[in-house]
Design a protein around this ligand. Structure first.
Ligand code: NAG
Ligand code: NAG
Ligand code: NAG
Length: 353
Protein backbone atom coordinates (compact mmCIF):
# COMPACT_ATOMS: atom_id res chain seq x y z
CA UNK A 1 0.00 0.00 0.00
CA UNK A 2 1.11 3.52 -0.71
CA UNK A 3 1.57 5.62 2.39
CA UNK A 4 -0.10 8.97 1.81
CA UNK A 5 2.18 11.58 3.30
CA UNK A 6 0.69 14.89 4.35
CA UNK A 7 2.38 16.66 1.45
CA UNK A 8 1.05 14.09 -0.98
CA UNK A 9 -2.48 14.33 0.37
CA UNK A 10 -2.30 18.12 -0.01
CA UNK A 11 -0.98 17.72 -3.54
CA UNK A 12 -3.85 15.43 -4.48
CA UNK A 13 -6.42 17.84 -3.07
CA UNK A 14 -4.87 20.80 -4.87
CA UNK A 15 -4.84 18.90 -8.14
CA UNK A 16 -8.41 17.67 -7.79
CA UNK A 17 -9.50 21.26 -7.21
CA UNK A 18 -8.14 22.33 -10.59
CA UNK A 19 -10.36 19.91 -12.57
CA UNK A 20 -8.93 20.98 -15.91
CA UNK A 21 -9.62 19.48 -19.33
CA UNK A 22 -5.91 18.73 -19.64
CA UNK A 23 -6.46 15.86 -17.30
CA UNK A 24 -6.48 14.45 -13.86
CA UNK A 25 -2.90 13.81 -12.80
CA UNK A 26 -3.72 12.11 -9.50
CA UNK A 27 -2.77 8.70 -10.81
CA UNK A 28 0.57 10.02 -11.96
CA UNK A 29 1.24 11.55 -8.55
CA UNK A 30 0.44 8.23 -6.89
CA UNK A 31 2.77 6.39 -9.25
CA UNK A 32 5.64 8.74 -8.51
CA UNK A 33 5.03 8.51 -4.76
CA UNK A 34 5.02 4.71 -4.90
CA UNK A 35 8.36 4.84 -6.68
CA UNK A 36 9.85 7.27 -4.13
CA UNK A 37 8.65 5.01 -1.30
CA UNK A 38 10.11 1.85 -2.81
CA UNK A 39 12.74 0.41 -0.46
CA UNK A 40 15.01 -0.66 -3.32
CA UNK A 41 14.93 2.64 -5.17
CA UNK A 42 18.33 3.76 -6.44
CA UNK A 43 19.06 6.70 -8.70
CA UNK A 44 22.00 7.66 -10.87
CA UNK A 45 23.62 9.39 -7.91
CA UNK A 46 23.96 6.02 -6.16
CA UNK A 47 26.29 5.13 -9.03
CA UNK A 48 28.35 8.29 -9.07
CA UNK A 49 31.54 6.76 -7.63
CA UNK A 50 31.48 3.82 -9.93
CA UNK A 51 30.61 5.83 -13.07
CA UNK A 52 33.41 8.31 -12.32
CA UNK A 53 35.97 5.59 -11.53
CA UNK A 54 35.24 3.68 -14.72
CA UNK A 55 35.84 6.84 -16.75
CA UNK A 56 32.26 6.83 -18.06
CA UNK A 57 31.34 10.28 -16.73
CA UNK A 58 34.42 11.85 -18.33
CA UNK A 59 33.95 9.97 -21.61
CA UNK A 60 30.29 10.92 -21.90
CA UNK A 61 30.95 14.52 -21.01
CA UNK A 62 33.65 14.76 -23.66
CA UNK A 63 31.50 13.01 -26.24
CA UNK A 64 28.65 15.46 -25.62
CA UNK A 65 31.00 18.45 -25.65
CA UNK A 66 32.33 17.29 -29.02
CA UNK A 67 28.81 16.71 -30.35
CA UNK A 68 27.66 20.21 -29.38
CA UNK A 69 30.76 21.62 -31.04
CA UNK A 70 30.05 19.59 -34.17
CA UNK A 71 26.51 21.06 -34.30
CA UNK A 72 27.96 24.57 -33.84
CA UNK A 73 30.46 24.06 -36.64
CA UNK A 74 27.76 22.64 -38.93
CA UNK A 75 25.52 25.65 -38.24
CA UNK A 76 28.40 28.10 -38.85
CA UNK A 77 28.77 29.32 -35.26
CA UNK A 78 32.26 27.93 -34.61
CA UNK A 79 35.32 26.73 -36.47
CA UNK A 80 36.50 23.14 -36.24
CA UNK A 81 39.61 24.03 -34.17
CA UNK A 82 37.71 26.24 -31.70
CA UNK A 83 36.47 23.55 -29.31
CA UNK A 84 36.97 24.80 -25.75
CA UNK A 85 36.87 21.92 -23.27
CA UNK A 86 35.70 22.15 -19.68
CA UNK A 87 37.93 20.63 -17.05
CA UNK A 88 36.66 17.01 -16.90
CA UNK A 89 37.70 16.71 -13.24
CA UNK A 90 35.24 19.48 -12.42
CA UNK A 91 32.54 17.71 -14.41
CA UNK A 92 33.21 14.49 -12.48
CA UNK A 93 33.04 16.37 -9.21
CA UNK A 94 29.65 17.86 -10.05
CA UNK A 95 28.16 14.71 -11.54
CA UNK A 96 24.86 13.75 -9.97
CA UNK A 97 24.59 16.92 -7.89
CA UNK A 98 21.27 18.75 -8.15
CA UNK A 99 20.82 20.28 -11.58
CA UNK A 100 23.31 17.85 -13.07
CA UNK A 101 20.50 16.15 -14.92
CA UNK A 102 19.90 12.70 -13.58
CA UNK A 103 16.52 11.20 -12.97
CA UNK A 104 14.41 8.20 -12.26
CA UNK A 105 11.01 9.78 -11.91
CA UNK A 106 8.55 6.98 -12.42
CA UNK A 107 5.44 8.71 -13.65
CA UNK A 108 2.57 7.32 -15.66
CA UNK A 109 2.37 7.28 -19.40
CA UNK A 110 -0.55 9.72 -19.35
CA UNK A 111 -3.51 9.47 -21.69
CA UNK A 112 -1.66 9.92 -24.97
CA UNK A 113 0.81 7.04 -25.38
CA UNK A 114 0.61 5.57 -28.87
CA UNK A 115 2.29 2.19 -29.16
CA UNK A 116 3.98 0.86 -32.32
CA UNK A 117 5.98 3.98 -33.19
CA UNK A 118 8.84 3.89 -35.72
CA UNK A 119 12.52 3.61 -34.88
CA UNK A 120 13.85 6.93 -36.10
CA UNK A 121 16.07 9.68 -34.77
CA UNK A 122 14.47 12.69 -36.45
CA UNK A 123 10.89 12.79 -35.23
CA UNK A 124 10.03 16.30 -36.44
CA UNK A 125 7.87 15.23 -39.43
CA UNK A 126 7.30 18.86 -40.38
CA UNK A 127 6.48 20.20 -36.90
CA UNK A 128 7.77 23.72 -36.20
CA UNK A 129 9.37 24.96 -33.00
CA UNK A 130 12.63 25.11 -31.07
CA UNK A 131 14.51 22.26 -32.76
CA UNK A 132 16.33 20.22 -30.15
CA UNK A 133 19.05 17.58 -30.49
CA UNK A 134 18.38 15.42 -27.47
CA UNK A 135 21.00 13.02 -26.06
CA UNK A 136 19.75 10.55 -23.43
CA UNK A 137 22.15 8.25 -21.54
CA UNK A 138 20.56 5.25 -19.84
CA UNK A 139 22.30 3.81 -16.78
CA UNK A 140 21.49 0.56 -14.98
CA UNK A 141 21.37 1.61 -11.32
CA UNK A 142 21.70 -2.01 -10.14
CA UNK A 143 25.08 -2.54 -11.89
CA UNK A 144 26.09 1.10 -12.51
CA UNK A 145 26.79 0.24 -16.16
CA UNK A 146 25.33 1.93 -19.26
CA UNK A 147 22.31 0.06 -20.68
CA UNK A 148 23.43 -0.86 -24.18
CA UNK A 149 20.57 -2.98 -25.48
CA UNK A 150 17.42 -1.03 -24.69
CA UNK A 151 15.06 1.09 -26.77
CA UNK A 152 14.12 4.57 -25.60
CA UNK A 153 10.70 5.80 -26.70
CA UNK A 154 10.01 9.54 -26.74
CA UNK A 155 6.90 11.61 -27.36
CA UNK A 156 5.76 15.14 -26.72
CA UNK A 157 3.04 17.54 -27.79
CA UNK A 158 3.69 20.05 -30.55
CA UNK A 159 4.65 23.68 -30.00
CA UNK A 160 1.02 24.69 -29.55
CA UNK A 161 0.28 21.89 -27.07
CA UNK A 162 -1.39 19.16 -29.15
CA UNK A 163 -0.35 15.48 -29.25
CA UNK A 164 -0.25 13.64 -32.56
CA UNK A 165 -1.65 10.13 -33.05
CA UNK A 166 -4.71 10.75 -30.87
CA UNK A 167 -8.00 12.59 -30.92
CA UNK A 168 -9.46 13.63 -27.57
CA UNK A 169 -11.39 16.60 -26.29
CA UNK A 170 -8.63 17.32 -23.77
CA UNK A 171 -5.89 17.20 -26.42
CA UNK A 172 -5.21 20.88 -27.05
CA UNK A 173 -7.51 22.17 -29.78
CA UNK A 174 -9.20 18.75 -29.89
CA UNK A 175 -8.03 18.47 -33.51
CA UNK A 176 -9.51 15.58 -35.47
CA UNK A 177 -6.53 15.49 -37.85
CA UNK A 178 -3.72 14.97 -35.32
CA UNK A 179 -4.52 11.24 -35.24
CA UNK A 180 -3.21 10.89 -38.79
CA UNK A 181 0.41 11.84 -37.99
CA UNK A 182 3.22 10.32 -35.93
CA UNK A 183 5.15 13.60 -35.62
CA UNK A 184 7.16 14.06 -32.40
CA UNK A 185 7.00 10.34 -31.58
CA UNK A 186 9.70 7.74 -32.08
CA UNK A 187 12.00 5.07 -30.70
CA UNK A 188 15.82 4.83 -30.60
CA UNK A 189 18.20 2.03 -29.55
CA UNK A 190 20.69 2.89 -26.80
CA UNK A 191 23.69 1.26 -28.51
CA UNK A 192 27.27 0.70 -27.39
CA UNK A 193 27.44 3.61 -24.91
CA UNK A 194 23.88 3.52 -23.59
CA UNK A 195 22.94 6.63 -25.57
CA UNK A 196 19.73 7.31 -27.48
CA UNK A 197 19.48 10.50 -29.50
CA UNK A 198 16.53 12.27 -31.06
CA UNK A 199 15.81 15.42 -33.01
CA UNK A 200 12.55 16.95 -31.82
CA UNK A 201 11.10 20.27 -30.64
CA UNK A 202 10.72 21.67 -27.15
CA UNK A 203 7.10 20.72 -26.41
CA UNK A 204 4.51 23.45 -25.92
CA UNK A 205 2.31 23.68 -22.85
CA UNK A 206 -1.27 22.60 -22.45
CA UNK A 207 -3.96 23.19 -19.86
CA UNK A 208 -2.91 21.95 -16.44
CA UNK A 209 0.64 20.90 -17.29
CA UNK A 210 3.99 22.55 -17.76
CA UNK A 211 5.99 21.69 -20.89
CA UNK A 212 7.25 18.10 -20.72
CA UNK A 213 8.41 15.16 -22.82
CA UNK A 214 7.37 11.57 -22.13
CA UNK A 215 9.69 8.60 -22.21
CA UNK A 216 9.39 4.84 -21.86
CA UNK A 217 12.38 2.46 -21.75
CA UNK A 218 11.97 -0.95 -23.39
CA UNK A 219 14.17 -4.01 -22.74
CA UNK A 220 14.38 -7.24 -24.73
CA UNK A 221 12.01 -6.01 -27.44
CA UNK A 222 12.04 -7.67 -30.83
CA UNK A 223 12.98 -5.55 -33.85
CA UNK A 224 10.40 -6.06 -36.64
CA UNK A 225 11.18 -5.76 -40.37
CA UNK A 226 9.04 -2.59 -40.63
CA UNK A 227 11.27 -0.70 -38.19
CA UNK A 228 9.07 -1.02 -35.13
CA UNK A 229 9.52 -3.06 -31.96
CA UNK A 230 7.33 -5.64 -30.27
CA UNK A 231 7.30 -7.41 -26.91
CA UNK A 232 9.94 -7.19 -24.22
CA UNK A 233 9.42 -5.38 -20.94
CA UNK A 234 9.22 -1.78 -19.79
CA UNK A 235 11.38 -0.70 -16.83
CA UNK A 236 10.79 3.02 -16.82
CA UNK A 237 7.99 5.49 -17.54
CA UNK A 238 9.09 9.07 -17.03
CA UNK A 239 8.90 12.72 -18.02
CA UNK A 240 11.60 15.26 -18.89
CA UNK A 241 11.28 18.98 -18.18
CA UNK A 242 12.91 22.23 -19.28
CA UNK A 243 14.27 24.99 -17.04
CA UNK A 244 11.72 27.79 -16.54
CA UNK A 245 14.01 30.56 -17.85
CA UNK A 246 14.60 28.64 -21.04
CA UNK A 247 10.87 27.91 -21.31
CA UNK A 248 10.06 31.59 -21.03
CA UNK A 249 12.39 32.37 -23.92
CA UNK A 250 11.04 29.50 -26.00
CA UNK A 251 7.41 30.42 -25.31
CA UNK A 252 8.10 33.98 -26.52
CA UNK A 253 9.00 32.69 -30.00
CA UNK A 254 6.63 31.62 -32.80
CA UNK A 255 4.69 29.36 -32.99
CA UNK A 256 4.70 28.84 -29.19
CA UNK A 257 3.37 32.37 -28.68
CA UNK A 258 0.22 31.52 -30.65
CA UNK A 259 -0.80 28.80 -28.15
CA UNK A 260 -4.05 29.91 -26.50
CA UNK A 261 -4.04 27.30 -23.73
CA UNK A 262 -3.41 28.48 -20.17
CA UNK A 263 0.21 28.22 -18.97
CA UNK A 264 1.28 26.20 -15.93
CA UNK A 265 4.84 26.96 -14.81
CA UNK A 266 7.20 24.26 -13.54
CA UNK A 267 6.83 25.63 -10.02
CA UNK A 268 3.05 25.11 -10.14
CA UNK A 269 3.14 21.68 -11.77
CA UNK A 270 2.72 18.95 -9.15
CA UNK A 271 4.35 16.25 -11.29
CA UNK A 272 7.36 18.47 -11.92
CA UNK A 273 7.75 19.07 -8.19
CA UNK A 274 7.41 15.40 -7.38
CA UNK A 275 9.89 14.55 -10.14
CA UNK A 276 12.48 16.60 -8.24
CA UNK A 277 12.06 14.78 -4.97
CA UNK A 278 14.36 12.05 -3.69
CA UNK A 279 17.51 13.60 -5.15
CA UNK A 280 16.29 13.39 -8.75
CA UNK A 281 16.54 16.08 -11.37
CA UNK A 282 14.29 15.55 -14.40
CA UNK A 283 15.32 18.85 -16.04
CA UNK A 284 17.18 18.64 -19.35
CA UNK A 285 20.49 20.45 -19.57
CA UNK A 286 19.92 22.70 -22.59
CA UNK A 287 22.55 24.66 -24.57
CA UNK A 288 22.07 27.05 -27.46
CA UNK A 289 23.77 25.86 -30.64
CA UNK A 290 24.08 29.40 -31.95
CA UNK A 291 23.00 32.80 -30.71
CA UNK A 292 19.26 32.39 -30.47
CA UNK A 293 16.69 29.65 -29.92
CA UNK A 294 15.98 29.69 -33.64
CA UNK A 295 19.55 28.42 -34.21
CA UNK A 296 18.63 25.17 -32.44
CA UNK A 297 19.23 23.58 -29.04
CA UNK A 298 21.31 20.72 -27.69
CA UNK A 299 19.90 18.95 -24.63
CA UNK A 300 21.21 16.10 -22.48
CA UNK A 301 20.05 13.98 -19.58
CA UNK A 302 21.04 10.74 -17.84
CA UNK A 303 18.30 8.34 -16.83
CA UNK A 304 18.77 5.69 -14.15
CA UNK A 305 16.71 2.52 -14.53
CA UNK A 306 16.43 -0.88 -12.95
CA UNK A 307 16.15 -3.06 -16.08
CA UNK A 308 14.42 -5.77 -14.06
CA UNK A 309 11.60 -3.47 -12.96
CA UNK A 310 8.29 -4.11 -14.67
CA UNK A 311 6.03 -1.18 -15.45
CA UNK A 312 2.74 -1.69 -17.17
CA UNK A 313 1.81 1.49 -19.06
CA UNK A 314 -1.31 1.41 -21.22
CA UNK A 315 -1.42 2.88 -24.73
CA UNK A 316 -4.55 4.67 -25.90
CA UNK A 317 -3.80 4.09 -29.60
CA UNK A 318 -1.68 2.00 -31.93
CA UNK A 319 0.32 3.57 -34.75
CA UNK A 320 -0.23 1.77 -38.07
CA UNK A 321 0.68 2.45 -41.68
CA UNK A 322 -2.79 4.06 -41.89
CA UNK A 323 -2.44 6.36 -38.88
CA UNK A 324 -3.43 5.96 -35.25
CA UNK A 325 -6.16 3.47 -34.38
CA UNK A 326 -7.75 2.91 -30.96
CA UNK A 327 -6.40 0.11 -28.77
CA UNK A 328 -9.44 -1.99 -27.79
CA UNK A 329 -10.36 -1.66 -24.10
CA UNK A 330 -7.65 0.92 -23.35
CA UNK A 331 -8.26 2.40 -19.90
CA UNK A 332 -7.57 5.81 -21.51
CA UNK A 333 -10.34 5.53 -24.15
CA UNK A 334 -12.77 8.43 -23.71
CA UNK A 335 -10.28 10.61 -21.87
CA UNK A 336 -10.88 13.09 -20.24
CA UNK A 337 -14.64 12.54 -19.92
CA UNK A 338 -15.26 8.88 -19.36
CA UNK A 339 -12.36 6.49 -19.07
CA UNK A 340 -11.30 3.88 -16.57
CA UNK A 341 -8.14 5.87 -15.78
CA UNK A 342 -9.91 9.24 -15.62
CA UNK A 343 -10.80 9.63 -11.96
CA UNK A 344 -8.94 9.63 -8.70
CA UNK A 345 -7.62 6.16 -7.94
CA UNK A 346 -9.41 4.88 -11.02
CA UNK A 347 -8.01 2.17 -13.23
CA UNK A 348 -4.95 0.21 -12.33
CA UNK A 349 -3.19 1.05 -9.09
CA UNK A 350 0.35 2.42 -9.28
CA UNK A 351 2.85 -0.43 -9.38
CA UNK A 352 5.95 -0.52 -7.31
CA UNK A 353 9.35 -0.90 -8.91
C1 NAG B 1 -0.20 21.34 -33.48
O1 NAG B 1 -1.08 20.29 -33.84
C2 NAG B 1 -2.42 20.70 -34.11
C3 NAG B 1 -3.20 19.43 -34.45
O2 NAG B 1 -2.64 18.76 -35.52
C4 NAG B 1 -2.45 21.69 -35.26
O3 NAG B 1 -3.77 22.15 -35.44
C5 NAG B 1 -1.51 22.86 -34.95
O4 NAG B 1 -1.45 23.71 -36.08
C6 NAG B 1 -0.12 22.34 -34.64
N1 NAG B 1 0.73 23.43 -34.26
C7 NAG B 1 1.64 23.93 -35.08
C8 NAG B 1 2.45 25.07 -34.57
O5 NAG B 1 1.83 23.49 -36.20
C1 NAG C 1 31.08 5.33 -27.55
O1 NAG C 1 31.95 6.14 -26.81
C2 NAG C 1 33.28 6.12 -27.28
C3 NAG C 1 34.11 6.94 -26.32
O2 NAG C 1 33.55 8.22 -26.14
C4 NAG C 1 33.31 6.67 -28.69
O3 NAG C 1 34.62 6.62 -29.20
C5 NAG C 1 32.38 5.86 -29.58
O4 NAG C 1 32.31 6.43 -30.85
C6 NAG C 1 31.01 5.81 -28.98
N1 NAG C 1 30.17 4.93 -29.76
C7 NAG C 1 28.97 5.28 -30.19
C8 NAG C 1 28.23 4.24 -30.97
O5 NAG C 1 28.49 6.38 -29.97
C1 NAG D 1 4.69 -3.29 -38.36
O1 NAG D 1 4.54 -4.69 -38.39
C2 NAG D 1 3.68 -5.22 -37.38
C3 NAG D 1 3.74 -6.77 -37.46
O2 NAG D 1 3.41 -7.17 -38.75
C4 NAG D 1 2.27 -4.66 -37.60
O3 NAG D 1 1.40 -5.17 -36.60
C5 NAG D 1 2.32 -3.14 -37.52
O4 NAG D 1 1.04 -2.60 -37.81
C6 NAG D 1 3.32 -2.58 -38.50
N1 NAG D 1 3.50 -1.15 -38.23
C7 NAG D 1 3.53 -0.22 -39.17
C8 NAG D 1 3.65 1.20 -38.73
O5 NAG D 1 3.49 -0.47 -40.37
Amino acid sequence: MVQLTQALAAALLATAAVAHPGGNVNKEILRRQAHLDHPQRRNVQSCKRSLVDSGWVREQHMRREARLHELRVAAGFAKEHELVRRDPAEVEEEYGAAAACTLDPESTEGPYWVVGELIRQDILTGEKGAITHLDINVVDTTTCQPVTNAYVELWGCNSTGVYTGVQARGNGDGSATAIATNALRGVQPTGQNGTASFITVIPGHYVGRTNHLHTIIHHGAQLLPNNTIRGGSISHVGQFYIDQNMLQQVEATAPYNTNKQAITTNARDMLFNMGRQGGDDPVLKVSLIGKTIADGLYATIDVGVNPNARQNPQPVNLWTANGGIPVPNSPWTGYPDSCRNCGFGGGRPPRKA
